[in-house]
Design a protein around this ligand. Structure first.
Ligand code: PNW
Length: 490
């Protein structure tokens, strides 16, 4: 027997027995996709008149911000290799490709009223045309963390003037591409934009305004989202007939034990970690628990008013119900109980719970990601029960490892396990899940982990000038899942 045959048998055996997969098939109209984001793959950081985003600026100033002292100057070089990327997407057979647009590539001066970069406009125009020519539906994220540095100098998401700048930019995208793009995601993960960007300094712009900057940031993001949703609804939807949603990420919080106290801790956790973002959009305001608790703590801490800003009645009207679909990024789960020692003030102190994990959970290479497939089902049921079963599009889910690792059996098991739970949520629980997106098409610039952390279905050789792409086993397995709409692929 040849080595290849032995290898294939071992591979089949491993992937077939290591997790129990659901017998259900995905509904006929269920959409499968794969995702990337501009700063993580494009490179070409100063080409075609592009200006610096907050990531370019901060990493150019201080290379030590990433584990491998790297940045996104070249990344996967998708600024030049976009056609090859689309071929890889095409060969995967997915229904859609979720990409994001770099604001500073389209509008180098960023401010409301500023001029377009012709090269930037052409770059995305080509991509969109090529996707459509290949029968792949473009799903476009308008903002995936790469605020133009020009805006950050004015306070970024802490300054309410950014709302008008964002609206100017998003309108331009509708004008330029809305004839062909019918699926828009206004923001990727407000939680990470605001908490990691403005409070815990884990992401650009690396600010440490805990318990204040994070709340103010999301306040402006929510208003910008609501306003642009209404603008699209009134001015573009009648002719362009597209859909607008937002992607909210959530680590599912389950009680640590079945005591009443831990159950309540998990409820609080979900209100603060998911409701903070979802509640305004799905129910019109911040969760009552957050309004009450942050108001009370702010008073005790000597603040003249709550650190959680208040929406006006007009804003509530605009934001409430501002979605055609709800994007969900989900990777992992934690166990909740009360406690923890956090800075005062801070969002985590306001919440008042501590996260732990079950030692039986399989860890990934990322220190925040364990394989807990049932958490995804729990989260989908949570959304259904709390928010009247909205259409949920899973816009990211994926597994991290290190190294080349072409035979990535761990990623395959993770994906099958999580997709099994999606099937149970659809058929056993009646959740309205409309699609699934694998993160990510390519290994890419994984923020402060640099290139050390790999989420790709496709391995990218960052040592080679050509940034050679090699599909992993998970790419082949996902291709079969997509083609058969089933997890029973052997
Ligand atoms: C996402 N969590 O971020 C981002 O949208 C991607 O750009 C990123 O590459 C990907 O996940 C992998 O990290 C997240 O703590 C960061 O659960 C953290 C969490 C979730 C998503």
């Amino acid at each position: 027997m040849s080595m290849t045959v032995i290898h294939s048998i071992a591979f089949l055996f491993l992937t077939a027995v290591s997790c129990e997969v659901s017998n259900y098939s995905f509904p006929e109209n269920f959409q499968f996709g794969v995702a990337t984001a501009s700063y993580q793959i494009e490179g070409g950081w100063n080409e075609g008149g592009r200006s610096e985003s907050i990531w370019d600026y901060n990493l150019h100033q201080n290379p030590n911000l990433t584990d491998d002292k790297s940045n996104g100057d070249i990344a996967c070089d998708s600024y030049h290799k976009w056609k090859e990327d689309i071929e890889i997407v095409k060969n995967l057979g997915v229904d859609f490709y979720r990409l994001s647009i770099s604001w500073s590539r389209i509008l180098p001066s960023a401010l409301k009223g500023s001029e377009l970069s012709t090269e930037g406009v052409i770059y995305y125009n080509n991509i969109i045309d090529e996707l459509i020519a290949n029968n792949i539906v473009p799903y476009v994220t308008i903002f995936h963390w790469d605020t133009p540095q020009v805006l950050e100098f004015k306070g970024g998401w802490l300054n309410e003037t950014v709302i008008e700048d964002y609206i100017y930019y998003a309108r331009i995208l509708f004008e330029l591409y809305g004839d062909r793009v019918k699926h828009w995601i206004t923001f990727n993960e407000p939680h990470q934009i605001c908490e990691q960007g403005y409070a815990t300094a884990e992401k650009a712009p690396f600010k440490t305004l805990q318990g204040t900057g994070d709340y103010l940031c999301y306040h402006h993001v929510a208003i910008a989202h609501g306003k642009i949703y209404r603008i699209y609804e009134e001015e573009y939807k009648p002719t362009q007939k597209g859909q607008v949603g937002i992607t909210i990420d959530c680590v599912f919080g389950a009680p640590k034990t079945d005591t009443e106290e831990d159950k309540q801790a998990a409820i609080d956790y979900m209100e603060f970690q998911y409701g903070w973002f979802a509640h305004p959009i799905l129910s019109g305001n911040y969760p009552p628990l957050m309004i009450e608790k942050i108001g009370e703590l702010s008073r005790r801490e000597g603040f003249p008013k709550s650190r959680l800003p208040e929406f006006t009645q007009d804003e509530i009207k605009i934001i409430n119900g501002s979605f055609d679909f709800l994007g969900l990024n989900h990777y992992t789960t934690v166990l909740c109980s009360y406690g923890g020692n956090y800075p005062v003030p801070s969002h985590r102190n306001d919440l008042g719970t501590i996260d732990s994990i079950d030692p039986s959970w399989k860890p990934s290479a990322a220190d925040w990601l364990w394989e807990v497939p049932w958490g995804l089902r729990g989260l989908l049921v949570y959304i259904k029960d709390h928010y009247n079963n909205p259409p949920v599009l899973i816009t990211e889910n994926g597994w991290a490892n290190r190294g080349r690792y072409i035979h990535d059996v761990d990623r395959i098991n993770y994906m099958k396990g999580y997709l099994s739970e999606v099937l149970k949520a659809i058929y056993d629980d009646g959740c309205n899940v409309i699609g699934y997106t694998a993160w990510s098409l390519l290994d890419n610039f994984e923020w402060t982990y640099g290139y050390t952390m790999k989420f790709g279905l496709v391995y990218v050789d960052f040592e080679s000038e050509n940034r050679t792409r090699t599909p992993r086993d998970s790419y082949e397995i996902y291709k079969k899942i997509v083609a058969t709409k089933s997890l029973q692929i052997y």
